[in-house]
Design a protein around this ligand. Sequence first.
Ligand code: ADP
Length: 338
Amino acid sequence: MSIVIQGVAKTFTGRRGTAPVAALHPVDLEVAETELVVVVGPSGSGKSTLLRVIAGLEAPERGTVRIGARDVTAMPPGARDVALVSQEPALFPHLRIADNIGFGERARGTSRDEVRRKVTDAADALGIGAALERRPHELSGGERQRVALARALVREPAAFLMDEPLSALDAELRLRMRIEIKDLQRRLGVSLLYVTHDQHEALALGDRVAVLDAGHLLQIAPPRELYERPGSAFVARFIGALPMNLLPSGDAGDQVLGVRPERVRTAPADRGRVTGRVLTVEPAGEGCLAHIAVPGAKERVLARLPWPEAPEVGAETGLDWDDGDVHRFSGADGRRTG
Ligand code: ADP
C-alpha cells in the first residue's frame, strides 16, 4: 500500500536550557504502492525522525501520515501495519532463529503450523533456511540482518520502512544485500521507504530518491534525474561519486557555475575556460583525480581524468568542458537557475 505524508513537522523541545531542534520542517512525501523510495541525507538531517513518525514511534507536531487509505497519524505503532527494520536488529538472544522470526505471529495467535510455514518461506526467501535452529549469537552480522528482514516479511505488512539496515555490514555484503532487498521488494510488490546516508546506496536502490538536509526535503526525483539535473547546489555536491565543482560566475559573482569532475578536461594553460595550478594527482583506478587550485574558486576544482591526460603536479593547466555539462545555481540561495 502507499505511504503518504503531508506537512509533517517535528521539533524536539530539548531539556531545560537547551534550544529546541527543528528535526523536520513540513515535509510532503509519497511512496506509491510497489514503489521503492530512498531518503538520503547527511547525519542529523532528520531521516530517522521521518521514519519514526511514519512508524508511530514519534508523534508529529503537525501533518498527517497515511498508509493506503487509512489515516494512521493518531494510531499506535502496532495498529499501523508497517514493519520497521533498523540498523541493529534487536533479536531475542535465547530464542532460536525460527522463534525470533515467528515471534510476532505466535503472539498474534496464528496457529503453530501456519507460523512454521510462514517462517520457512521467509527464511528461504532470504537464504537463511539452514539457520533456523541456531541462536542469534551463532550468526554473522549479515545473517542477523536477514533474520530481521525475515521477521518483517512474516508480518506481511502494508508497507516496509528500513533505517540504514546495511550500514553495520562490510562493503561487499552491503552490495549483495542491497540487490537482494530490491529483488525482494519487486517480487513482493510492496512499498518500501528506505533511509541511508550513503548516496551510492540511494542511487542504486531507489525508484526515486529524496534528499533531506537539515529537516528540509530538497528534491525528490529518479536517480538519474537527481544526478543530471540537481535542483540545488547542495544536491549537486551531495549526489554523485564526487561532489560537483562550483565556480563563481556572472558579472557580480552572483551566480554559481557547476560542472562535474568527470566532465572536466584539461587544456593548454590559458586556453581553457579557466586556468589553475595542479596541487595533487591521486591515482583512482583506471584514471586519476587531479586537484586544481583555480583563482576565485572557494574549493579546489576536481578533474577525473584518464591517465594519458594526467597533468604534472605544480604545473599550470587550462580546464575545459562542454556547454551541455554546465549547471547554474543562484549564488544567493543555491537554487538551480539553468
Ligand atoms: P538522521 O537520522 O538524519 O541522522 P535524526 O532524525 O536522527 O537524523 O535527527 C534529526 C535532528 O533531531 C538531529 O539534530 C538530532 O540531534 C535531533 N533529535 C533526534 N531525536 C531527538 C530527541 N529524541 N530529542 C532531541 N533531539 C533529537
